[in-house]
Design a protein around this ligand. Sequence first.
Ligand code: ADP
Ligand code: MG
Length: 318
Amino acid sequence: MSKRAKTTPKEELPQGTVLQDTNGNEWEIQNIIGSGGFGYVYRGTKHGVRSRQEYAIKTENMESGPLFVERMFYLKNMKAESINGWKLDKKLIELPLPSFYGFGSIDYNFNKYRFIVIEKFDKDLEAFLKSVSDNLLLGAVINIIRQMIDALEYIHECGYVHWDIKSQNIFVGKKPKENHVYLGDFGMVTKYKTENVVPNKKLANNGTLEYIALDGHVGMHTRRADLESLMYNGLEWLKLKLPWKGETLSKTITSKVEMKDEVLKAGPKEKIYNYDKVPHCYFRSMKIIYSMEPAEKPDYAFLKKLLKEYKKEKKSSK
Ligand SMILES: Nc1ncnc2c1ncn2[C@@H]1O[C@H](COP(=O)(O)OP(=O)(O)O)[C@@H](O)[C@H]1O
Ligand SMILES: [Mg+2]
């Protein structure tokens, strides 16, 4: 469970509620499509406009922090100019992050809520992976990881780490973008340092226990940690069991340290934990991530290229 999922009262905004954002645009609440730690996510439409376009409206009690952080991230870093420039520069068809449409606040029932309006997706990754057949799974997972590396590169270049990578925070595009995935939920983004990167107990163990990277367990915000989390997720997306699943915090940490040791000492053609369906290039990518310095900038392009080698491995094993 995410550490921020504490108890703040949350109530449902009724269908038809109209929210006015700071630009004067009006958004109409439809039904609930998701629930998080502090509030609901709704399907919404533009009020008074005859359009079938749907949006996601994420709300949260004004007292709580994550949506404040998320709004700040969208406002600061998700401007169309910066995104378009980045896409051109990196030759990306799509930046794997949701588009941002507006924000504001609303009083309801003596409570004040904050809201943001973002691109709406049909399903999260969890639902999508269930629909992928076994023989297509490896290709699909590698494709998702490579797009998540693009998403992380952008977030990192903005000066932040994401810190909560997991399938519930990743969304799948609608036709014709059904091969695209998008990393959302910026409620835990944090600025990272590039000098004096040291552990800080107060910041330790934030996030979702099974995916927290080793740096996360000591409260050190690093870019390599986002990548390490991503690779743990990827193993699960391949329907493998993480050795620390369901374990206590201290056992989880010990088990993650063991995996790191195993990966680092394994030869280039060796597989670990009977993870037979994991290609060698996956472990080699993990090795690179584990071997990075805390403040080091990851070589995103190289990792993406390396992960593509699963195709060659598949051919040579036939
Ligand atoms: N843009 C979106 N499109 C579709 N569903 C969404 C969207 N954003 C969130 N959801 C749904 O709501 C859930 C909670 O949203 P999330 O942004 O992860 O909030 P929290 O910070 O509370 O975890 C997600 O797991 C997902 O099922
Ligand atoms: Mg979430």
